[in-house]
Design a protein around this ligand. Structure first.
Ligand code: ADP
Length: 363
């Protein structure tokens, strides 16, 4: 399987809000979609790719997703057809891009990777579609950000493997149809609700990725430690698992920071105490929250008596973009029961207050 990247998404993808660019626990950081084969070994993308599982059997957790896609792969191969279009949604860093690459590997085809912001002009998406080979995968990240023109070109392409192009202008304009080979579109989004329903309806398989449980995360950390040739006690892997916000991308990043401290301390074996030391240095607390998260919870408590308070108000108070706050920062806090969404705004829960109390004066 070859990976082909396309467009300029490396530069323009996933702009986070002001506060989140430098966060160790930012699930979006490092996440340039397009693996660029020419990238230097230490580039974030190369680092990320080196830890990606390649086969379905190596993809840890997400049992339901693997089951559904495993059946679809088998049935598709038996019929020698292209896999049905797949929409993967869920918070960043949970393995959507990885799963697209796994699907291509399992099907023995190439995966072309791009992201919606790189497909602004009609010719961007036309260029990609006409170059597809039969049964290849086209992965479009952030698919909720597709332009209207790109989306309209995709409808007949997805439904009938046909490209409808308008040639000429005004009264001389005509539509020409070009046949396309059967292909699979894999769309990924953190905001399934922002997808137009005609686009959503054209996906045969729609799957949500969930935050990972502790055991799966521990296994992910142990696997990554093996690939990075680190000696890691299982308690240490569990400690990283506890602090990575249920997100493999963050788990891998935390592990690298722990590796740095182990190297500087000259410790050949990584223990839970060393993980604690390293992650405390980066102010990642026992639940995986960083200073930014705690600032959000404190703002709710101290300025709004625990809420309810509107998302825009909170975003303004933090100098953060509301969409990033909603799609990137909040999901884990909600999942942990530290925050609640109510019709009247966000509410700090008793667990959220208790967590702040337990952190005391720690920023
Ligand atoms: P997304 O596309 O959802 O933002 P990615 O697919 O880029 O997330 O995953 C981020 C990183 O997390 C990958 O580089 C990979 O190393 C790791 N990862 C994700 N899912 C898994 C998994 N199920 N098992 C092991 N590692 C995973």
């Amino acid at each position: 399987m070859a990976i082909v990247s396309s467009g300029s998404q490396g530069q323009d993808r996933r702009r986070s809000g002001a506060g989140s660019g430098q966060r160790l626990v930012d699930p979006q950081a490092d996440a340039e979609t397009a693996p660029r084969p020419e990238a230097a070994p230490e580039a974030p993308q190369a680092r990320e790719d080196s830890l990606r599982p390649r086969r379905l059997a190596d993809y840890i957790g997400q049992g339901e997703l693997k089951q559904v896609l495993g059946i679809a792969i088998e049935a598709t191969q038996a019929r020698a057809e292209a896999l049905d279009h797949v929409l993967l949604y869920g918070p960043p860093g949970l393995g959507k891009t990885t799963m697209a690459l796994v699907l291509a590997e399992e099907l023995g085809v190439r995966c072309r990777i791009t992201s919606a912001p790189a497909l602004e002009r009609p010719r961007d998406i036309v260029g990609l579609l006409v170059n597809l080979q039969p049964r290849e995968l086209l992965f479009i990240d952030e698919i909720h950000r597709l332009s209207r023109v790109a989306e309209e070109l995709l409808y007949p392409a997805m439904e009938d493997f046909r490209l409808d192009l308008t040639v000429g202008k005004g009264t001389t304009a005509r539509t020409r149809s070009l046949p396309l080979p059967p292909f699979t579109l894999v769309g990924a989004t953190t905001r399934a609700g922002s997808l137009s329903s005609p686009l959503r309806d054209r996906f045969g398989l729609i799957q949500r990725l969930e935050f990972y449980g502790l055991q799966d995360l521990q296994a992910i950390v142990q696997r990554a430690a093996g690939l990075l040739r680190l000696q890691l006690e299982s308690e240490a892997a569990l400690e990283v698992a506890r602090r990575c916000r249920g997100t493999p991308r963050i788990a891998n990043r935390l592990l690298r920071r722990v590796r740095d401290v182990a190297a500087v301390n000259g410790e050949p074996l990584i223990t839970a105490a060393l993980v604690d030391q390293a992650l405390s240095l980066h102010r990642v607390d026992g639940r995986g929250l960083d200073a930014h998260d705690r600032r959000l919870l404190r703002l709710m408590l101290e300025a709004y008596g625990g809420g309810p308070v509107g998302l825009d108000t909170l975003a303004a108070g933090l100098g953060e973009d509301p969409a990033t706050l909603e799609a990137v920062v909040e999901p884990y806090l909600l999942q942990q029961g530290l925050l609640q969404r109510t019709p009247r705004g966000r509410l700090l829960t008793p667990a959220g207050r208790a967590h702040l109390d337990a952190q005391g004066a720690i920023a």
